[in-house]
Design a protein around this ligand. Structure first.
Ligand SMILES: [Mg+2]
Length: 299
């Protein structure tokens, strides 16, 4: 492959200026965008495109649990949609209403066989098959993107994000590590004047988060001098699979998490005292906030 057609060269060429490396996720981690995207964009369109007015309260609870407040926080929208319906179908309150719910048979098959779950790949599948399940999912997903474009503007970074970035200057190299399209990331980090603090903004075009860290940092910095900051279990997995450190931004407690990072976590990391008991306690607290059983099923 010619180098010019290889977007990941940007990761391989990431310039090392400092001894330490910090990767930072964007959605729901640096910026408070997860709540507004799910509550105002994803979920209202699920109710609308799947005709769920009769069970809207339960549909909302299921989708919020899967996407925001469970161990599945941050997963791709299509498997998340299926899981939300699976939770909905099990609820006695929903069964009692005898409201028809879709089986999503073809969508399930597509999610199983497709490795790149996105609107363009789904659109190609719709054009090839004309399947009604897939048409409905695509209409919903495209509506979600339109609503995000209309609704999600000028969402600021959490407090202590800027302070943390400032105090990393000259100490750690910073990369945005995200599964969001690069163009949206660039706009958000630019809009809030945070772009000068980061060496590279790595979005979905440069691969997955695990690859961003593997190509940009692993092998170039000592493992205990590489830190990933994230708000979802997928971010933790990306760090663990690369054998590097992780600092969690706790869902619902983001400001507190960033303040703790600024005051404790970052100084510990830069003095090589982060790994071990302190990191273990951070991750344990984070994981407790993200259960695998919804609150209405009891514990
Ligand atoms: Mg995130």
């Amino acid at each position: 492959m010619a180098e010019s057609s290889d977007p990941q060269r940007l990761l391989r060429k990431f310039q090392k200026c400092n001894e330490f490396f910090v990767g930072i996720d964007s959605d729901g981690c640096a910026f408070d965008t997860m709540e507004v995207k799910h509550k105002e964009c994803f979920i209202p369109n699920i109710i609308r495109y799947y005709n769920l007015a009769a069970v809207s309260r339960y549909a909302r609870e299921a989708a919020e649990f899967i996407n925001l407040y469970s161990q599945w926080r941050g997963i791709n929208r299509f498997p998340a949609l299926i899981m939300s319906f699976d939770l909905l179908i099990e609820r006695p309150e929903v069964l009692r209403r005898h409201h028809p719910l879709p089986a999503l048979t073809e969508l399930r098959r597509w999610v199983e066989r497709e490795t790149k779950l996105s609107n363009p790949t789904l659109k190609a599948e719709v054009e090839a098959t004309g399947n009604a399940d897939l048409v409905q999912a695509l209409e919903w997903s495209e509506a979600v993107n339109r609503t995000i474009g209309e609704v999600v503007h000028h969402v600021p970074p959490f407090s202590f994000v800027r302070e943390s970035l400032e105090s990393m200057q000259g100490r750690a190299d910073v990369m945005v590590v995200s599964a969001t399209p690069g163009e949206a990331l660039d706009r958000e980090w630019q809009e809030h004047g945070l772009k000068p603090f980061v060496g590279l903004i790595a979005g979905q075009e440069l691969g997955c988060k695990r690859e961003h860290l593997a190509l940009g940092a692993v092998g170039r910095y000592e493992p205990h001098k590489i830190l990933m900051v994230g708000d979802a279990p997928g971010d933790l997995q990306a760090a663990e699979s690369n054998g590097i450190l992780f600092y969690p931004i706790d869902p619902g407690f983001e400001d507190e998490s960033w303040q703790r990072f600024f005051e404790e976590g970052l100084p510990k990391f830069l003095s090589e005292n982060y790994a071990g008991a302190y990191m273990t306690a951070q991750i344990a607290r984070f994981q407790q906030l993200l259960p695998d059983t919804p609150p209405w099923q009891g514990r």
